[in-house]
Write a protein that binds this ligand. Structure first.
Ligand code: ADP
Length: 649
């Protein structure tokens, strides 16, 4: 069963674009910079073998370990499932290459043990971390050092700066005044800028501040002069509004908000609306700050009574407690929809999708063991709660293939059912693993023994399929999950900014930003050569009607909405981020979030012409829905936007 769909994709080699990225960043090199790898096959084998070696902790049956390796290899080689970048960079790194060159038939139990025992600090496999901050100079600089260690190996870090006393508060030891959280953010930013990201990527951090911290306005303004790469450029910033509904009420009543801090005598009273207006104005200007609803995160987190989450990783999809870490992996649903009826609770293919999810969950659970953690405290927390983040990528391409416009009710139902299916089967897999390997050590203290469901779900009324998923979910969490759970959380949808390129698919749950673009590559002679890309699903749909003139026009515009010769039915389906009204971005996030125990990375794209009032309407609506946070981006508001259509270059 497992092999039917995987076999088809195992045959397909990564595109030229994907190979270029592999060469640039992922193929292992020796100390002198010579490549040790040149194919995706070698990379897949390296990752699968390194991670499967963790199974020596559970069995001495070599066949069982090889079986796990084989499943992991097939998932990765087919690019139906990819782990987060640090796993691809760092699995097997600095180990004996011969152990990875052996055929699987010749690999012995000793080999797997050697791989497991020879792990070093270079084998850091997770993308997401949160580290604590404490209101003392030595604790702050400890945090700088800890963050540096994480970023060096390609991990992203989040911090809650709320614990730092506000600017101007007294410091007992020196008789001086504190310089406040924002001044320390600049220290972290400078540290991040000096860190080589394991040779592979620049650093990324998230700073969180509570909405009632006395320095909240300085925080909101801290990136207002950012033009894309100049102010706190290694940070995303988010204001934590613990209880969004209560905040909304405060806004409606034009209520007062007291800004205060337990370690300071500073107190200010402001209008909640002034805070909202400032956030909105700056978000309109630069995209920052976003909002984060940590109260809602904790409501759906099974350990919130003991270790509440305090921040998220840089892209916002993974809330974590202090010293928490999470490793992510994503299933490419665009590949699967060609042969599987995803989201349908009565589908004949359901067991095949379940099997893919089971092996993906097992892989991520094995990563927890085969990982080397940058700090002892992170290792302890990660092993006590065993966070994993299985998500999807390729949603937009899957919708093109299914001919469902991203901004339609039908598409939203599909998104909800698909996420419900993912959430259900990944939790079932985590329960199966717990039966063999034991519960996460904090299980008894968690909410699971009491029938807790870790996400809000949608109304049964929506349709029969949603009702069926809801029933299965309720049964699971009121039944077996009260006894067995290997992982405190199982689902996260990452941006998949790099790995979606390796998989030749659209990123995460985002619509395609452009249907076409031009990328400049430098050839052997050192000349810059333009390479044009047009979404292959669109190419296929237009078929023989794709003339050279039409191609040129699509590349010029990036979207097909204003091209007269393309029929309306095609225009409706092949929408891009900018073609989709912001409220439909928000509703997509809402339905998907309803079935995620962690969160998802989603940007609410807005047209350049949007007014501050338009942004405010989105901010207000976000307070009402099943969201755990909000990030908006108004087209063109930063000078160094990452992707632009050819016409704008
Ligand atoms: P990838 O596709 O490379 O696996 P994603 O775009 O899905 O990565 O991002 C997942 C998470 O990885 C982010 O939320 C962040 O925690 C971390 N991350 C991404 N890019 C960086 C970076 N440049 N530096 C540090 N961490 C990063």
């Amino acid at each position: 069963m497992f092999m039917r769909v995987l076999n088809k994709w195992i045959q397909k080699e990564p595109s030229k674009n994907a190979i270029t990225i592999l060469k640039d960043r992922y193929f292992l090199k020796d100390g002198e910079g010579n490549y040790l790898e040149s194919t995706w096959d070698e990379v897949s084998k390296r990752i699968a073998r390194h991670v499967a070696a963790a199974e020596v902790n559970y069995t001495s049956d070599i066949e069982e370990i090889k079986n796990a390796e084989e499943h992991f290899y097939q998932l990765i080689k087919s690019r139906i499932f990819l782990p987060n970048s640090p796993t691809i960079f760092n699995a097997g790194k600095t180990m004996d290459r011969q152990l990875f060159k052996k055929d699987i038939e010749e690999t012995t139990l000793e080999d797997y043990k050697t791989i497991f025992d020879s792990r070093t600090k270079h084998n850091m496999l997770s993308a997401c971390f949160v580290i604590p901050m404490d209101d003392s100079m030595s604790a702050i600089f400890d945090a700088v050092k800890n963050a540096a260690l994480i970023m060096k190996y390609g991990g992203g870090v989040g911090y809650d700066f709320s614990v730092l006393r506000p600017k101007g508060s007294s410091i007992a030891g020196t008789g001086g005044k504190s310089s406040g959280p924002i001044s320390f953010m600049h220290v972290f930013n400078t540290a991040a800028s000096t860190i080589e990201q394991g040779g592979a990527r620049r650093a990324a951090q998230m700073a969180v501040l509570r909405y009632d911290h006395p320095d909240v306005f300085d925080f909101i303004n801290s990136k207002k002069d950012n033009k894309g790469n100049n102010v706190l450029n290694y940070f995303n910033i988010s204001v934590n509004i613990d209880n969004p509904k209560e905040f909304k009420k405060m806004l409606e009543e034009n209520g007062d908000l007291t800004l205060e801090h337990p370690a300071s005598s500073i107190r200010k009273t402001i209008k909640a609306n002034d805070l909202m207006n400032k956030m909105v104005e700056n978000a309109w200007k630069t995209g920052d700050p976003g909002m984060l609803f940590l109260g809602r995160h904790n409501q759906y987190y099974a350990m919130s009574e003991h270790t509440p989450v305090t921040a998220t990783n840089p892209c916002g999809e993974e809330p974590l407690p202090p010293f928490g870490s999470c490793n992510l992996g994503s299933i490419d649903v665009a590949k699967l929809v060609e042969d599987m009826d995803l989201g349908n609770p009565n589908s004949d293919d359901i067991s095949e999708f379940q099997e893919i999810i089971y092996w993906a969950v097992r892989f991520l659970d094995d990563v927890i063991e085969s990982n080397i953690y940058p700090l002892k405290e992170i290792e302890e927390m990660s092993k006590k709660q065993r966070f994993i983040g299985l998500g999807i990528m390729g949603l937009a391409d899957a919708l093109y293939k299914k001919e469902l416009p991203y901004n339609s009710e039908q598409a939203r139902k599909f998104m909800a059912k698909l996420t419900a299916e993912l959430a259900y089967f990944s939790h079932v897999a985590s329960t199966e693993l717990a039966k063999e390997r034991g519960n996460f050590p904090d299980f008894q203290r968690s909410k699971y023994p009491h029938g807790f469901i870790p996400f809000p779900m949608l109304d049964d009324e929506i349709d029969e399929d949603i009702k069926a998923w809801n029933e299965k979910i309720r049964q699971h969490f009121q039944g077996e999950a009260t006894k067995y759970k290997r992982n405190v959380q199982t689902n996260t949808i990452a941006p998949t900014g790099s790995i979606s390129n390796l998989a030749d698919t659209s990123s995460g749950i985002e619509p395609n930003f452009l249907l076409s673009y031009v990328r400049y590559m430098t050839n052997k002679e050192g000349d810059r050569v333009p390479l044009s890309y047009i979404n292959p699903i669109l190419m296929e749909k237009i078929g023989t009607n794709m003339t050279e003139e039409l191609k040129a026009e699509i590349i010029e515009k990036g979207s097909i909405q204003n091209i007269d010769s393309i029929p309306n039915e095609i225009k409706k389906i092949f929408v891009t981020s900018m073609d989709i009204p912001p409220k439909d971005h928000l509703l997509a996030q809402h339905v998907i979030q309803s079935y995620l125990d962690a969160s998802c990375s989603k940007t609410i794209n807005m047209p350049k012409s949007s007014t501050i009032e338009d942004v405010k309407a989105i901010y207000l609506q976000a307070l009402e829905l099943n969201l755990k946070g909000l990030t908006i981006y108004r087209d063109g508001s930063l000078e160094t936007q990452v992707l632009t259509s050819a016409s704008k270059e």
